[in-house]
Design a protein around this ligand. Sequence first.
Ligand code: GTP
Ligand code: MG
Length: 374
Amino acid sequence: MTPATWDGAPGDAAAISKKIDEQLANDGKALEKIIKLLLLGPAESGKSTVLKQIRIIHLNGFTAGDLGEQRPLVFKNVTDAVTELWKAVQLLNYTVLLETKAMMPGLLEELKTINFVICDTFPASPYAKIKQMWNDPAMKMAYDHRSNTNVMDSTKFFLDAIDRISAPSGYTPTVADVLHLRQVTIGVSEMQYTYKDLEFRIFDVGGQKTERRKWIHVFDNVTALFFIAAISEYDQYLSEEDASASLTNMKVKEVEGRRALTRLDDALFLFRWIGNNDLFTKVQIILFLNKKDIFAEKISKIPLTVCFSSYKEKNDYKNATEYIQKRFEAQIRNKNKMIYTHLTCATDTDQVQFLLNSVTDMIIAENFKQTGVI
Ligand SMILES: Nc1nc2c(ncn2[C@@H]2O[C@H](COP(=O)(O)OP(=O)(O)OP(=O)(O)O)[C@@H](O)[C@H]2O)c(=O)[nH]1
Ligand SMILES: [Mg+2]
C-alpha cells in the first residue's frame, strides 16, 4: 500500500498552501467548484466536535449570544453526569461515604424538579450536593472505570468545573465548555463556509445505529470524507443485540474468535463499509483516530489485547496506536487508495485547527489534481 500517513508537517502544509494560493490567483475556473465534505463515524466518536472546530476556524466561532444559548445544555450535561455516575457506582458495587449515600436520593429527586431551561444560574442547593458527591473517592473511581457504563467522557470536565458553572454571579459557557458538550446528533446538519475563495459544504450525521440509514442521502458528489473513530473505545463492549446486528449488517463472520465485540470493532466494520464503498472510489478519505487523550490514559492500565487478541507488541501508546492505524488501513481493499490518518483530540482547539487547515489544503490540492486544474 502507498505510504498511508500524510504527516501534516508544517513545511509540507506551507508549501501546499502557497501552491493553492498561486493556483487560485491564476485560475478563475477553480472558483466555480463546490467542495463537499462529510463527517462519518460511530456515535460519540467526536464528529460534531470536529464540526464545532470548523465553525471556530472558518465562521468566527461562537458569539457571546451563541455561548449563552448553550447554558441549559451544560446544566443538562451536569445533571446527566450526576445521574449516570450514581448508577455506575451501584453497578460497580463501590462503597460510597455514608453522607453521600444519605444525600443522593434527595439530590436526584431535586434535579428532576428543576426546569434548567429557565435558569440563569445553577441553583445553590443541588450545587452544594454535587460538589460533595464529586469529592467522594468512590465517584472518581467510578469515573475511572466507566468503560462499560453510560458515564460520559466529559463528566470529569464538567464536574471539575462545578464552581464556575454554579457561580451565583452568573455563568456563560466558554468555548471549551461547548467543545465538551455531549448532544446526540439526529438527522443531518450542514455548514457552509468559504476558504481560499472556494465554497465548502460539510455534513455532520448521527452515528447511532438508527441514524446510519440516513447517511446515504448525503453520499453523492463527495470530494472528501472524514471518518472519525474513538480509539479509546477498545475496551467498551457492545450489547449482545448490537454486536449481532453489527456483524450481520457489516457481513462479518467472526472477529478473532471472540463473540463479545467492542465499539472499536464496530468502528472498524463501519470504516470497511465506507472505505470500500463504490460511491467513494475517487473520494479522499481522512481518518481521525480520535480521543487520543483518553486512549493515552487507558492504555497504561488496560491492555490492547482485550480488543485485539493477536496484538503482541508492548502495551504503550506508540505501539498500540500504530497497530490500530494498521488495522484500520487494512480494511481498505484497494491498496492504491491513500488514507490520510491522524491521531487527534477533537476538543483540543490548537491541534485540530492546525490539522484541519493542513488537511483542507491537501484536499484542495488533490481535488485540483483529479480535475486536472493543477
Ligand atoms: N476527551 C475527549 N473528549 C472528546 C474528544 N472528541 C470528542 N469528545 C467528547 O465526546 C463527546 C461526544 O462527541 P460528539 O462530537 O458529540 O460525538 P458525535 O460523533 O457527534 O456523536 P453522535 O452525534 O451521537 O454521532 C462530547 O462530549 C465531546 O466533547 C476527544 O478527542 N477527547
Ligand atoms: Mg454528533
